[in-house]
Design a protein around this ligand. Structure first.
Ligand SMILES: [Zn+2]
Length: 483
């Protein structure tokens, strides 16, 4: 067993000898192994080589977003990208790559579609392009023409950019990406303007919220506004029916939070094969454009150094405060029906795991710092490896340990508990070890940031049926604190 080949793994003598075929076989095996590794690993660890004049070839992988952001902060040419793992048990778990965008894209573009589950992390300290996430449910909005709506929105944006900042906002500079399905209209618009960039994405959020208010005002007051005078369109067309029976703009205003993860050009959501591609109604970058150019133009924080920095609104006022965990201490348990919990990022994370399902209810247990999410419309159970026909599942999220797991209401799965998975840092940005530093400026007065309505946290929301359901599912919630 003394194969002294200097660590290369191959005996140099065999290369020329009759062992050649054996070597070829072993190389083939090695390549196959490598292929398999490539398809199962959440993040590739190899890096293409560049000449000395090319981009910085650095390629660092981090388990937490905070560590990745810290690394990228040292060098403005490096960006943070989040990768979603597709390996079993780690489903949806994110890892973070710090790399030059061109180096990253070179690797990313060559991965099979199912592995292209990646996002740009938009650091709050970086300058940001104006970007939009547009969406609506098609079956609730059969008469809606998303392409025509997008066109109206673009003319509104052009008018507001030109009148507010006195710079051009040409069609050629708009990246129009689409990942619509038969069920859902879904678009990203990124304005790759040459002359201005926003101070950060919180300022972009302020600009977009103001734009949305102007549209709403024109529709509700029926009054003549600056917008209606300049643009001859019926803005009512921009409102859509939502799942909860309301009317709302098709502009998602929730994508302007700190260190937001925004899906990349050509990337797909985890478990779905619908990549974000150039839209058919794209006017700027078109199908003749170079893919790498589109990729770079679509990056929200890939801003030209010559851009003038602009601001909009007061970011401190519109920034969301940390959820007040301490205010929950007097409540043994609290439950609320189908609506958002104070843990917005956590809600988002869970919503992203359930493939079109919805969070039916969330419940917070203060003793264990645990939130239970019961799920509707998605029944995938890790115990049976497929969806149940009628019984639902629920997830238990432990804020203290930053982990989550799945349990099941089906009698056959009684007592089952999946493996515990780590929560990605972006889902608990207010948690220790996550992006705590980001909250230090506005966490001084927690009494101001109690949940909007205290009664929502009272025991009234707790109903017996739910209690029984939890017990029958044999949930081990209070065990940790000795109950
Ligand atoms: Zn089950």
């Amino acid at each position: 067993m003394s194969n002294n080949s200097g660590g290369s793994g191959h005996d140099v003598h065999s290369f020329y000898g009759k062992k050649a075929s054996k070597l070829i076989r072993s190389l083939k095996e090695k390549i196959e192994r490598r292929e398999e590794e490539f398809s199962t690993r959440p993040v590739p660890d190899m890096c293409p080589r560049y000449g000395i004049l090319g981009p910085c070839p650095a390629w660092d992988v981090f388990p937490t977003q905070l560590a990745a952001l810290d690394q990228a902060e040292q060098d403005p040419t490096l960006f943070v990208f989040a990768f979603e793992s597709s390996t079993f048990g780690g489903a949806g778990k994110r890892q973070f790559v710090v790399a030059d965008p061109r180096v990253f894209y070179d690797n990313f573009r060559n991965r099979p579609l199912a592995q292209r589950t990646a996002y740009e992390v938009i650091p709050v300290h970086r300058r940001s392009k104006l970007y939009f996430d547009l969406e609506f449910e098609k079956d609730l909005n059969e008469s809606k023409d998303g392409v025509a709506m997008t066109k109206v929105l673009i003319s509104i944006v052009q008018h507001l950019i030109e009148s507010t900042y006195n710079v051009p906002c040409p069609h050629e500079k708009i990246v129009n990406l689409d990942s619509s399905t038969s069920k859902k209209f879904s678009k990203h618009l990124i304005f790759d303007l040459e002359s201005i960039a926003f101070k950060n994405n919180l300022n972009v959020g302020n600009f977009v919220r103001s734009l949305c208010e102007k549209i709403t005002k024109s529709c509700t007051d029926n009054s003549t506004t600056d917008l209606t005078q300049s643009i001859d369109h019926d803005f009512h067309s921009l409102f859509v029916n939502t799942k909860d029976g309301h009317k709302a703009l098709f502009i998602d205003q929730g994508v302007y939070s700190r260190n937001r993860n925004f899906r990349l050009y050509q990337a797909t959501k985890y478990g779905k094969n619908t990549p974000l591609l150039l839209a058919h109604d794209a006017t700027g970058f078109t199908f003749n454009s170079n893919d790498e150019d589109i990729f770079l133009a679509s990056l929200v924080t890939f801003v030209s150094p010559s851009c003038r920095t602009v601001t909009f609104g007061d970011q401190e006022l519109t920034d969301r405060p940390k959820p007040a965990l301490s205010s929950l201490n007097n409540v043994k348990c609290a439950a609320r029906l189908a609506s958002k919990s104070p843990f917005e990022e956590l809600d988002d994370f869970i919503s992203n795991q359930i493939n079109g399902g919805t969070i039916r209810r969330w419940t917070y247990f203060d003793k264990t710092q645990t939130i239970v999410y019961t799920i509707e419309g998605y029944r995938y159970c890790h115990n049976i490896g497929r969806e149940h026909k009628s019984n639902g599942i629920f997830y238990v999220v432990n804020i203290a340990t930053m982990t989550w797991y799945q349990k099941c209401f089906d009698p056959e799965c009684r007592g089952y508990k999946s493996a515990e998975w780590e929560l990605p840092a972006h889902s608990v940005p207010w948690s220790r070890g996550a992006d705590e530093a980001d909250w230090s400026n506005n966490s001084s007065d927690e009494s101001k940031s109690t949940p909007q309505n205290e009664t929502q946290w009272s025991k009234e929301w707790w109903d017996d049926e739910y209690d029984v359901m939890m017990q029958s599912a044999d949930i081990d919630l209070l065990g940790r604190s000795g109950y």
